[in-house]
Design a binder for this molecule. Structure first.
Ligand code: SF4
Length: 461
């Protein structure tokens, strides 16, 4: 290791130690975040709806909407990709409240149903779809219901299960799976040195145990996916340090090798299918076509109610004063569009993944390892899609961010190139012949390129 590399390692290791030393200050910061979060959720509920003369800078409701959807979410995703899950361990108000409740709660054992590995997918999909049906990005009531409901559930789970743990964050949080997936490409992680661990045990005897709130078996921790980067284990037994790493390492040589079916489901049909459709459906020509087709079928069948039935705002968007009402037909068209997008992503990426697995003469779990190569693309799709909320909200207030589309397109293309390179690197683990690896990479490059071009075209249109 060069001296500049080792001093960079020493610097981040020191930062990890600082996190450990200033846990009390972090706790206070978390309470500040709780107050800000509560204000952003509740204050807009008490204010009249913004008019066309209200802007982000002169109206609290517009400001809260912009902070939540234009800043908070896109930049948490970006930060998770750049530095790991520091958001979860240091700033997240929901995690802090859940752990606070758990410290004083019943401390029951975690039930088996909660450990089902499909929850990260099911909870993310259901909250994403529900958020679109109720127009969560536009109105404070569904935002308060969904985010406030999630926080309430986090507190209840904390109060019942575990002792000073974040059981909610580990098993049920709707964004846990996405954050865990995106953090695999972060160049920072808490590295566990097995030799150092053994030596530390011999030298120090039995050390005080670390309270790892997200319940990670620290000694055998693989990658940074589940780690909340809270810093509490920094320096433990002299074996755990915050370290730089090659951002491809976890996917190619680390936890990527142990990837499961649910992780592939989260990456392919969800991040590359559901997310782009959910973030872009209102501008989609396909949505309009599906809606028109459904309207014509209703007229053919003399069914008037699906065209006019209004449901409460907590089921479907219902703001007649804003001229914004989602009928049953609109909701049906949206659900069909989301299903089509999920099915298309599954086919477009699933067939090449299966073909590459065969070409590389592998079976079973290897397909899931190969699917991990798509994490950069899925992360870029999510970030660029959320960034469109930032851009469109500012644009509606007359603020144009120069080169924002170019920036988003550049990120998607760079991520696409990285995903193709990861396919090549993963292929090297099982077939050293250059021609075979090239062939597999070219096969995967087809859906990666097609998706990237289509996604860039969608947000440029
Ligand atoms: S392994 Fe646990 S204790 Fe250590 S930094 Fe990660 S979340 Fe915190």
């Amino acid at each position: 290791m060069t001296s500049s590399a080792s001093s960079a390692q020493a610097l981040v290791a020191r930062f990890g130690d600082l996190l450990l030393r200033y846990q009390a200050a972090i706790r206070r910061l978390q309470w500040v975040m709780v107050v800000i979060y509560a204000c952003l959720l509740t204050v807009p509920l008490l204010l009249p709806r913004p008019t066309h003369t209200d802007y982000v800078w002169n109206n609290v409701a517009r400001f809260a909407q912009f902070v939540f959807w234009g800043v908070w979410w896109p930049f948490i995703i970006l930060a998770t990709a750049l530095v790991g899950r520091f958001w979860c361990g240091i700033l997240c108000p929901e995690g802090a409240l859940s752990e606070f409740a758990s410290q004083r709660g019943a401390g029951r054992a975690i039930p088996g149903w909660m450990k089902w590995s499909g929850w990260p997918v099911v909870s993310f999909v259901s909250t994403t779809v529900y958020g679109q049906l109720t127009s969560i990005y536009q109105y404070p009531k569904p935002a308060a219901l969904l985010l406030g409901g999630s926080t309430f559930a986090a507190i209840i789970i904390g109060a019942r299960y575990g002792k000073a743990k974040r059981v909610w964050c580990r098993f049920l949080c709707p964004v846990n799976g996405v954050f865990g997936t995106v953090s695999k490409i972060a160049p920072l992680h808490f590295r566990v040195d097995p030799d150092g661990w053994r030596a530390g045990a011999q030298q120090q005897g039995r050390s005080n145990a670390v309270n790892c709130a997200p319940l990670i078996p620290i000694k055998t921790m693989q990658g940074a996916s589940a780690c909340h980067m809270c810093g509490r284990c920094s320096g433990y037994r002299g074996a755990i340090r915050l370290s730089w790493r090659n951002p491809a390492r976890d996917i190619v040589h680390g936890s990527g090798r142990l990837a499961s079916t649910w992780e592939t489901v989260l990456i392919v049909p969800v991040l590359l299918g559901l997310v782009p459709a959910a973030l872009h459906w209102s501008d989609s020509g396909l949505f309009r076509m599906i809606r028109l087709w459904l309207v014509e079928r209703c007229l053919d069948l003399h069914l008037a109610w699906p065209l006019s039935l209004r449901l409460p705002w907590w089921i479907l968007t219902d703001y007649p004063l804003e001229n914004d009402v989602m009928t049953s037909v609109d909701a049906g068209a949206l659900l069909v569009l989301l299903s089509v997008s999920v099915a298309a992503a599954t086919i477009i990426f699933g067939i090449p993944l299966a073909t590459c697995t065969m070409i590389l003469r592998m079976r079973g779990r290897f397909l899931h390892h190969l699917a991990q190569a798509l994490i950069p693309l899925g992360s870029a799709c999510l970030f660029s899609g959320l960034l469109s909320l930032t851009v469109s909200q500012l644009r509606s207030d007359g603020v144009i961010i120069p080169y924002s589309d170019l920036f988003r397109g550049g990120i998607v293309l760079a991520a696409a190139g990285w995903s193709a390179a990861l396919v090549f690197q993963i292929g090297a683990l099982c077939d050293t012949r250059l021609a075979t690896r090239m062939c597999a990479t070219l096969i995967m490059a087809v859906p990666i390129t097609s998706f990237s071009v289509a996604w860039i075209a969608a947000f440029l249109s």
